[in-house]
Design a protein. Structure first.
Ligand code: GLC
Ligand code: CA
Length: 531
């Protein structure tokens, strides 16, 4: 049983915005906060009630804003403090909550703390980061090379799990923890409703024992940050790359006052072998992962996050099935599999009209440091064609192309050439074209979110799976207060599916010809019934 706070959170539907690529309001080719304000009515129409904005703070933009040089100011590329104030007000006027991205594991090397820290071993900021005479571990940085970098200025090495310009903060230093209390308080007082917490499982480390994340003080530090009475009402979702049930419980159980929930990433590897190689898989495997984590969530009373996409993964449907002939059916089938379960739906920009990965034939079309470093590291080994093929499949840029609002010259994103090329398929796949189609993914998203809003069974209900593990489809019911909803998701093959209730009334299907619970289901067909 959830308490009131978590029951309220269950009603949230979050839309994730990557501000650089969402909407450019001032015509410089870079998306910005005023662009988000322009699109709030659109988001309201879609049916979401919260937005998570990826970092828009002051930053040299080495990692598109995840390298922050001032946590309490807005980067001029995105706007200013007035703009964020107006954005929060305008969102709140529409009953939309605003979540910011809190990057606590590292700063930019341009942050004042680091600039001071590297000056000497004895100044107020010396211990804000991990400094040693020799590398303490053999850790590799995320985008290649050692995680230790030498500073000529201080004559010591510092730790950076990400780019060289993103030094890891030393959370064992109470002053660092105090700084983050202040940052959270600042934005909370400013009016934000919560945070998405970037790789927060990494803030406690144990160098001696080679522990890079989920270190000995992780729960203490997170609770110390978010469990304080003045901020414990905030909604927090952790980006936590942990796979076990126990950690999930400890990090997110309501009474522990750490995080409200976290992203569970097991299904993110669906359809691929490592980051860059496709692996054909059946949706039955996705179903099994989802049902496992649903049972974990019910058994332990955990809030679960229902997401397929974010700014670090190419659009999910690109690797989940037949997007050539059945993009609409696949996109709506996956939306149904996720958004009729118990948890908090997250929708990443562009996902709601079925965006796909791009195809580019030059490294000049890529922007992500991860992609560019990968190209340079593997060009010789794999050859140009293969590396580009891999990047086209798996690069993070494949979720970062400007949102294709329409098929015009710059896709309605900007009046000028954007900072990153438009997606290669933008003439075929854009919001305007989608909405004109009889098979509109956007309209289906609208309908399913409306259904969630209007049927408490989907938000709060108990889950009972009716199909058998060997079936190549998924049927489950959600029951609440005497009401019952049955969800039926068929996968790659046609199937005869019997709904074991006589009085099933159709609420929604992605098959426009479906009128009732007759049992022949085509590939990726879904139907939702009220019993
Ligand atoms: C997270 C972000 C990613 C970023 C990294 C370092 O994984 O989602 O975009 O590069 O942390 O901050
Ligand atoms: Ca702009």
């Amino acid at each position: 049983m959830f308490g009131k706070k978590y029951n309220d959170f269950l009603k949230m539907v979050v839309y994730q915005i990557y501000p650089r690529s969402f909407k450019d309001a001032n015509g410089d080719g870079i998306g910005d906060l005023r662009g988000i304000i322009e699109k709030l009515d659109y988001l309201k129409e879609l049916g979401i009630n919260a937005i998570w904005i990826c970092p828009c703070f002051k930053s040299p933009q080495a990692d598109n804003g995840y390298d922050i040089s001032d946590y309490c100011d807005i980067d001029p590329e995105f706007g200013n403090m007035e703009d964020i104030k107006e954005l929060i007000n305008e969102a709140h006027n529409r009953d939309i909550k605003v979540l910011m991205d809190l990057v606590a594991n590292h700063t930019s090397s341009e942050h004042k703390w680091f600039k001071e820290s590297k000056k000497s071993k004895n100044n107020p900021y010396s211990d804000y980061y991990y400094w040693y005479d020799e590398p303490q571990t053999d850790w590799q940085a995320m985008w290649g090379g050692s995680a230790w970098e030498y500073s000529n200025e201080r004559n010591q090495y510092y730790l950076h799990h990400y780019d060289i310009t993103m030094p890891d903060l030393n959370w064992d230093n109470p002053k660092v923890r105090e700084e983050f209390n202040k940052i959270v308080d600042f934005w909370s007082n400013f009016g934000v409703d919560g945070f998405r917490c970037d790789v927060i499982h990494e803030i406690s480390k144990d160098l001696k024992n080679n522990i890079m994340s989920m270190g000995p003080h992780i729960h203490e530090y997170i609770n110390g940050l978010f469990g304080r009475p003045e901020v414990e009402h905030l909604f927090t979702v952790g980006e936590c790359w942990v796979w076990n049930e126990e950690s999930f419980c400890k990090l997110t159980k309501e009474e522990r006052k750490e995080l409200s929930t976290m992203f569970q990433f097991q299904h993110i590897s669906f359809g691929r072998d490592g980051k860059y190689t496709p692996k054909p898989q059946s949706l039955t495997e996705l179903r099994d992962i989802l049902s496992h984590w649903q049972s974990v969530s019910y058994k332990n009373d955990l809030l679960y996050t229902l997401f397929t996409d974010n700014h670090d993964q190419p659009y999910f449907i690109s690797r989940a099935g037949d997007t050539k002939n059945k993009r609409y059916e696949l996109a709506t089938c996956i939306a149904t599999m996720f958004y009729t379960l118990r948890g908090i739906p997250f929708i990443y920009q562009g996902q709601e009209f079925g965006s796909l990965a791009s195809e580019f034939d030059s490294i000049d079309d890529f922007r992500d440091i991860g992609a560019i470093n990968y190209y340079n590291d593997y060009l010789e080994e794999f050859g140009k064609e293969k590396v580009l093929q891999q990047l086209n499949f798996g690069s993070r840029d494949n979720a970062r192309h400007p949102v294709a609002w329409d098929g015009s010259e710059f896709n309605g994103f900007s009046d000028v050439e954007p900072w990153i090329p438009l997606s290669s398929n933008n003439k075929e796949i854009n919001l305007k074209k989608d909405c004109e189609s009889e098979k509109s993914i956007f309209k289906f998203y609208k309908s399913i979110l409306k259904l969630r809003k209007e049927n408490d069974e989907i938000v709060y209900g108990e889950l009972k799976i009716l199909s058998r593990p060997e079936d190549t489809y998924w049927v489950f019911e959600r029951s609440y207060n005497g009401g019952k909803i049955v969800v039926c998701c068929n996968f790659e093959e046609e199937n005869n599916i019997i709904i074991p209730y006589k009085n099933a009334k159709l609420l929604l299907s992605n098959n426009i010809d479906r009128k009732d619970a007759s049992n022949n289901y085509s590939a990726y067909e879904v139907a939702i019934y009220r019993i």
